[in-house]
Design a binder for this molecule. Structure first.
Ligand code: FES
Length: 272
């Protein structure tokens, strides 16, 4: 809709929410999905925060399993063997996670993800919590001003996430060569499954879809990009699924490495 003469869309007052009562006439359990989403996200955030600051049992030396929560480990504070890219950084104080270079970007990538935005806008921000349910906020400004306008940096987090996924893949490959040489254990399967799903999540990103096929006027003149865009688009339809699956596999992978590294369980070996 055109703006009144002399004004731009950003000059317009923020739309005011309709004052409807009652809040909803829905009689089903509309509150269940937002509640489950909040619980799922909170569980992951608490687990990841605790583990990132623990600084123990993140490297299973015998099988060269490194948890993704500590990768890349680049400081002198990392245990011997866990630094696949050397230790260019000196000792880190205890309040800085050892993977301080990757964690902020991974967190930023997830926080600004289109799917997670939808999830936490609805479940935590309650804007709105469900279809046909009123929200507690009186005004709606969307992502047009601070702080939510910062969500637009998602495309840049995507490029960093590609690099971090490559690093996780490298860690998973190195884990096939433990202290006794080549071998395959359940830990390798867990690490591999995690990186495959991380690739699915990263490549199904909406920014990736734009990178491969965005701004093209003629697909017929760009057959390679068209083919890539087609494949990414297929993955993109399952982005929400990958978002949840990777939260699960990240926790599972870390937990498995933690248990093996601490000696609570022995790695199940298939070869060697
Ligand atoms: Fe979810 Fe980019 S849209 S990771």
């Amino acid at each position: 809709m055109a703006s009144p003469a002399g004004t731009s869309p950003t000059d317009s007052p923020a739309p005011v929410r309709a004052n409807t009562a009652p809040r909803t006439r829905r009689t089903d359990r509309w509150w269940l999905p937002p509640l489950l989403t909040t619980l799922g996200l909170a569980t992951f955030v608490i687990y990841a925060t605790v583990r990132s600051f623990m600084r123990t049992d993140y490297w299973a030396a015998e099988h060269h399993y490194l948890t993704p929560f500590y990768s890349p480990c680049l400081s002198d504070s990392c245990v011997a063997g866990s630094s696949h890219f050397g230790t260019p950084i000196g000792e880190l104080p205890v309040f800085i996670p050892l993977a301080f270079l990757s964690l902020p970007f991974l967190l930023g990538f997830r926080l600004t993800c289109y799917y997670y935005r939808k999830a936490y806008y609805r479940s935590i921000w309650m804007a709105p919590p469900a279809c046909a349910v009123g929200e507690p906020h009186e005004r709606y400004t969307g992502e047009t001003r601070l702080p939510l306008i910062l969500q637009n940096v998602h495309r840049y987090f995507f490029y960093v996430a590609l690099v971090i996924t490559l690093i996780n893949t490298y860690d998973a490959i190195l884990a096939f060569g433990g202290e006794n040489g080549f071998g395959i254990g359940l830990g390798n399967v867990v690490l591999l499954l995690n990186v495959v799903l991380l690739w699915c999540y990263t490549l199904s990103c909406h920014s990736c879809r734009h990178v491969t096929g965005g701004r093209l006027k003629h697909f017929s003149r760009n057959p390679v990009r068209y083919r890539l865009w087609t494949q990414v688009s297929k993955l993109n339809t399952r982005h929400m699924e990958f978002a949840w699956l990777t939260l699960g596999t990240l926790v599972l992978t870390d937990l498995y490495v933690w248990l093996v590294s601490s000696g609570a369980i022995a790695d199940l070996r298939f070869i060697n």
